[in-house]
Design a protein around this ligand. Structure first.
Ligand SMILES: [Zn+2]
Length: 391
């Protein structure tokens, strides 16, 4: 099933994926999802926030579903597995349940969350945050992409209704439990020698935008002493972020920068930089950002507190998912990456995650990989988990 997706949004130059939310590639992936749902006779629903749900059985508040899935969008120049592996495995696990003749006592749902990566508008997990009400629709609709289009514009162009956005209790109540399978974004499972693991907690993490203002001027005629060059405090930010991260035992990354006007022969007038910071403890992450706030106007674009997945559910998953492997519970791993499962967990939906081994640990890059045998082990583990949860 990953095969027909391989060409969608692929940059032929780098082999990386460009699957921004609501881009032509994303719309094609959504079509693919609808096709997979139809092929299996599942009822397709798109909720008010653009998340897709394919149902085997009809969920109701009295009989909520066992839901699995992930996302289909990618970071810019991302890999083939982050997101799609979870959606593909969800459909494959449902097929396994049917082959086994399982008649689930609860409806089974496959979910595809919209704009998980935040590549286009800067805020991750937009679909699940809107669904659970932690992102206000007014704020979401005003987010702009690099072209200056707002999310409201983009939704209208895609034939969706921006006014429909917002907390959606009806959809949320249909989810009794959510399990997201994801390629591991690290080498924890390589170290353990196991194909499948279970998430313990998601580190607290956030994104901040730093705007350094200066004065645009000629690169040749402006004397050094007369310059107000915002690139210099920006450079200090990048170096200080690394030093503070080492001191505080967290990770910090400046991975996106916008220079205006962006001419090779001009001193910039404005440098905007995005800082991503995460760590095992909120206090240390907050301390890092506070230490870096100086020469710039800083805006917190997103913040996600630590997410601890439901312990009983986590242990149940570990037991069931590990049974096929060595008969020992699957290892429990912490993660520095945010996920829709974390947003749902924080909103009170019992949620859990399965990780599939990533031989290099590399993610958010075309080098991201998982071996076919491990992907299959992931599908079997997910099917076992769903079957167990459906009892
Ligand atoms: Zn992901």
């Amino acid at each position: 099933m990953l095969e027909p997706l391989a060409h969608i949004g692929r940059d032929p130059g780098t082999g990386g994926y460009l699957r921004d939310a609501w881009s032509p590639a994303d719309l094609e992936l959504r079509e693919w999802f609808a096709g997979e749902a139809a092929r299996r006779g599942l009822a397709l629903r798109e909720d008010r926030n653009g998340n897709l749900w394919a149902w085997w059985g009809d969920p109701s508040p009295a009989r909520p579903g066992v839901v699995t899935g992930s996302h289909l969008d990618s970071v810019r120049q991302g890999g083939a597995y982050d997101g799609p592996l979870g959606v593909v495995s969800a459909f494959a696990a449902l097929d396994v349940l049917r082959e086994r003749g399982v008649e689930p006592s609860a409806p089974v749902g496959v979910a595809c969350f919209t704009d998980e990566e935040g590549a286009r508008f800067g805020v991750p997990c937009v679909g699940s945050r809107l669904l659970t009400g932690v992102l206000a629709p007014e704020r979401a609709l005003g987010l702009t992409d690099d072209e200056g289009d707002t999310l409201a514009d983009v939704l209208r162009k895609a034939g969706r209704d921006p006014d429909a956005l917002g907390r959606d209790d009806e959809t949320l109540r249909a989810v009794g439990v959510f399990v997201e399978l994801h390629v591991e974004q690290g080498r924890g499972l390589v170290a353990e020698g196991r194909p499948v693991g279970v998430a313990g907690a998601i580190w607290p993490h956030g994104r901040w935008r730093f705007d350094f203002r200066g004065r645009a001027d000629h690169a040749g005629t402006t004397r050094l002493v007369d310059r107000d060059d915002p690139m210099l405090p920006f450079a200090r930010l990048v170096l200080a972020a690394r030093e503070e991260a080492e001191r505080l035992g967290v990770v910090a990354t400046v991975g996106k920068v916008r220079v205006s006007p962006g001419n090779a022969n001009a001193i910039p007038g404005l440098v905007s930089a995005w800082l991503d910071a995460r760590g095992p403890e909120e206090r240390a992450v907050r301390e890092l950002v506070a230490a870096l706030t100086g020469a710039a106007a800083v805006q917190e674009e997103s913040w996600t507190p630590e997410v601890r997945f439901d312990a009983a559910l986590r242990d149940r998953l570990a037991r069931v998912a590990g049974a096929q492997d060595r008969g020992e519970p699957a290892p429990i791993l912490p993660t520095g990456a945010g996920h829709d499962a974390g947003i749902l967990a924080a909103a009170g939906v019992p949620s859990a995650m399965l990780f599939v081994r990533n031989p290099t640990g590399v993610s958010h890059s075309p080098q991201e990989h998982a071996e076919r045998a491990d992907c299959e082990a992931g599908v079997v583990a997910l099917a076992d988990v769903l079957e167990d949860l459906c009892r």
